[in-house]
Design a protein around this ligand. Structure first.
Ligand code: SAH
Ligand code: SF4
Length: 396
């Protein structure tokens, strides 16, 4: 294992590693155990051996980080050749890697079709959180979110979602020896948040399958308590998240009246605050998790008054909760400003006095545009800046 390297400001590395496109071969990454079993049987693995083979291959891929069948030394040579003939073990390609002054790492990840998403690793006290994307762009249009200005291009596949964890582990040099899963406390990549690009609950099955793989005890083996899924409030999928994934839940709440939330998080017009809270009340019990995180972005003169803080506390009464205050991360052309520090503190204070934890999220990786809500594909950003340049040229 290597510790994150010394901070390099604005370091942009173009990594020339090519991912095998597969030549029509099937990628084993991202398949559930049942799917893996099926494809092995389809390609000639005797049914009686299938379960054992699934276990062996699974461990090589997810516990040891092996991408080459030839390295699977507990499989017979002929069987390895058979696997090679039909399958690949492929993760998305990292086309750029930026390291922030504060050690935050941002990966620009290219997926099939030439699309790009971003994945961010945030180190903290020898551990770290990986922020992963679930879609290219987003169908929703939250007015403060950079991703929201980009149309949905497509959903990520389970392979592309779990692949983001695998490439971060590659970069951190964190593949443990077989049979020796690291303890959560000693991992560099110890937590996952689905807070990158996209609305995870609009890509439910793929997110579920990828998180099941991340939680599988014979592989990446992250506890469900160390995985947090953030949603803008897709109410019908919330109970399903508890039942089928069982991870921690974060809600992009951001406002205390329907009038303001309609403007900030337009999905509120479909499922309003009352309906959302109703679904949330059932979550802790259904998922056996302690608390729900309410994310609240602090926007100057929009949602940051003392009255808002008091209303917020009243609304969530009865729900085991933590309120995460996010100072707004500005992006070029963003229509809002970050609330003043004094205002954020006063807001936090009211919540704290009402008995809730109210941490203020420290913006990380701002110098490399890696902070929450700033993610957007590089191509899209480039397109935008070209458009801006043209507009400026015309104006000049
Ligand atoms: N689509 C999901 C997850 C991705 S966004 C969701 O909306 O929850 C992750 C978090 O970042 C959300 O709480 C989102 O509201 C917040 N966010 C988006 N843009 C932001 C910005 N510019 N500054 C601060 N937080 C932002
Ligand atoms: Fe999509 Fe989340 Fe951004 Fe809203 S905040 S536009 S749901 S990514």
């Amino acid at each position: 294992m290597t510790a994150p390297s010394a901070p390099i400001t604005q370091d942009v590395l173009t990594i020339p590693r090519r991912t095998p496109e597969g030549d029509g071969k099937r990628n084993l990454v991202g398949l559930t155990r049942d799917q893996l079993r099926d494809v092995l049987i389809e390609t000639g693995t005797p049914e009686k051996q299938a379960k054992m083979r699934v276990g062996q291959i699974w461990q090589w891929i997810y516990q040891k980080g092996v991408r080459d069948f030839d390295a699977m030394t507990n499989l017979a040579k002929a069987y390895r050749a058979q696997l090679e003939e039909h399958f690949v073990i492929a993760v998305p390609e990292v086309v750029q890697r930026h390291v922030s002054e504060d050690g935050t790492r941002k990966y620009l990840v290219r997926i099939a079709g030439g699309h790009e998403v971003e994945t961010v690793y945030i180190p903290e006290d020898g551990r770290g959180t990986l922020c992963i994307s679930s879609q290219v762009g987003c169908t929703l249009t939250c007015s403060f979110c950079h991703t929201g200005t980009q149309k949905l291009v497509r959903n990520l596949t389970p392979a592309e979602i779990v692949g983001q964890i695998m490439i971060a582990r590659d970069d951190l040099g964190e593949w443990p020896e077989l049979g020796r899963a690291p303890k959560d406390e000693t991992r560099l990549l110890s937590n996952i948040v689905l807070m990158g690009m996209g609305e995870p609950l609009y890509n439910f099955e793929a997110v579920r399958d990828a998180m099941k793989i991340a939680m599988d005890g014979e592989g990446i083996s992250l506890s469900r308590r160390r995985i947090t899924l953030s949603t803008s409030g897709v109410v019908p999928e919330i109970a399903r998240t508890a039942e089928e994934i069982g991870c921690m839940l974060a809600i992009s709440f951001h406002a205390t009246t329907d009038e303001v939330r309609d403007r900030l998080v337009p999905i509120n017009k479909r499922w309003n605050i009352a309906e959302l809270l109703e679904a949330l009340k059932a979550y802790p019990k259904l998922s056996n998790s302690e608390r729900i995180t309410f994310e609240y972005v602090m926007l100057k003169d929009v949602n940051d008054t003392d009255e808002d803080a008091r209303r917020l506390v009243k609304l969530i009464r009865g729900i085991p909760a933590k309120i995460n205050l996010i100072p707004f991360n500005e992006w070029p052309g963003s229509p809002y400003q970050r609330s003043d520090w004094k205002r954020i503190k006063a807001f936090a204070d009211i919540i704290y006095k009402a008995g809730y934890a109210s941490p203020i999220r420290t913006p990380r990786g701002e110098d490399i545009m890696a902070a929450c809500g700033q993610l957007k594909s590089a191509t899209e950003r480039a397109r935008k800046s070209r458009a801006q340049i043209e507009a400026e040229t015309r104006a000049g």
